[in-house]
Design a protein around this ligand. Structure first.
Ligand SMILES: *Cc1c(COP(=O)(O)O)cnc(C)c1O
Length: 342
């Protein structure tokens, strides 16, 4: 596997740290002990408060420049972390950026529609337009791109979440980074767990870990689709990513596992488990998770640990995919008092 064959622009602070979570390990271990918990800090990729999309954008933005684009178009939910990181990457490279935001939650809270990621999209100079929940966002982007081409512009359309075989190379790279880091530390990784949405992160990770013959299983905790659909999306993209790498035929369906029991009422809608997970990790580790992805991913991991699904002393790496900016879009979700009492 030779990633250097693919055009790439450095946008992230890489490698991101791989750290033990000692207090959380003790807290969840109970008297009989539990798995050892580690965290891969892809919330620290550095671009506009960081997150997993930065790794994908290293390959996607290189492709946009190679194609002579003068504007990038992408889409996401209102509090999209992908939109924010794309806007920042475009700013850094001197490209214009237009973002289509889908109202997937129907929240009327002004913080949800204007603070957090939305504020940052605007600070990076992106233009925004909104679409109702359930719109065909890919078709909406194509229509916007067509209108721009008619005006003589050169748009480059990035799919939601940056999830295509080019973007997924960012997580093939992360797989390589993780395996190298673990081997330098003498760490045997038994499981990687992370939040999975548009599938590019899990597809790239699985593709990379399989291509490296690492034997490390990945568990995606779903935030939107039901299990069968999520696994099919990840599997299809992982296959296309391996084909793009020139390594077809390595993947087996059992390499792709998603658990979609922690979505709750829907994408971007808080759950009790998410609130508890965000608060617990903030209090035990001084690490901020996010309400839409990593909070639900951690809620799943915590529940599975409590069910005894991981062996004692097994090393479990939680991939922190970022998203903390989204906390400011959900100021009332955490059951915290509005003011500190005197
Ligand atoms: C996009 C995102 C994910 C999910 O990654 P996909 O590649 O879309 O599956 C997880 N966490 C955060 C914070 C994200 O922004």
């Amino acid at each position: 596997m030779n990633l250097a064959r693919f055009p790439r622009i450095r946008l992230g602070h890489l490698p991101t740290p791989l750290e033990p979570m000692e207090r959380l390990t003790r807290h969840l271990g109970g008297p009989k002990g539990g798995p050892r918990l580690w965290i891969k800090r892809d919330d620290c990729t550095g671009l506009s408060t960081g997150g997993n999309k930065t790794r994908k954008l290293e390959f996607l933005m290189a492709d946009a420049l190679a194609q002579g684009a003068d504007i990038v178009i992408t889409q996401g939910a209102t509090q999209s972390n992908h939109a924010r990181q794309t806007a920042a990457a475009a700013a850094k490279l001197g490209l214009a950026c237009h973002i289509l935001l889908e109202d997937r939650t129907g929240y009327a809270d002004p913080a949800y529609s204007a603070s957090g990621n939305v504020l940052m999209d605007k600070l990076h100079g992106a233009s925004l337009s909104r679409r109702p929940g359930g719109a065909d966002m890919q078709a909406e982007m194509e229509a916007v791109a067509e209108a721009m081409r008619a005006e003589g512009r050169r748009p480059y359309v990035i799919p939601g979440g940056g999830s295509n075989p080019i973007g997924a190379l960012g997580y093939v790279n992360a797989a390589q980074e993780l395996v190298t880091q673990a081997s330098d530390m003498g760490l045997r990784i038994d499981h990687v767990v992370h939040a999975t949405g548009s599938a590019g992160t899990q597809a790239g990770l699985v593709a990379g870990l399989v291509a490296l013959n690492s034997g490390i299983p990945v568990l995606g905790i779903g935030v939107r689709a039901p299990k069968a659909k999520q696994e099919a999306n990840v599997l299809a993209l992982a296959e296309r990513t391996l084909a793009h790498l020139g390594l077809p035929g390595l993947l087996r369906p059992e390499h792709v596992v998603a658990n979609c029991d922690y979505v709750g009422q829907g994408y971007g809608i808080p759950t009790e488990g998410m609130v508890a997970a965000v608060r617990l990790v903030a209090e035990q580790e001084g690490i901020l998770l996010d309400p839409v992805y990593s909070g639900k991913g951690m809620a799943g991991l915590i529940d599975l640990i409590r069910q005894g699904r991981f062996g004692r002393e097994e090393n479990v790496v939680f991939l922190h995919t970022g998203g903390q900016a989204g906390l400011f879009g959900y100021p009332d979700a955490f059951g915290l008092p509005a003011e500190t009492p005197r």
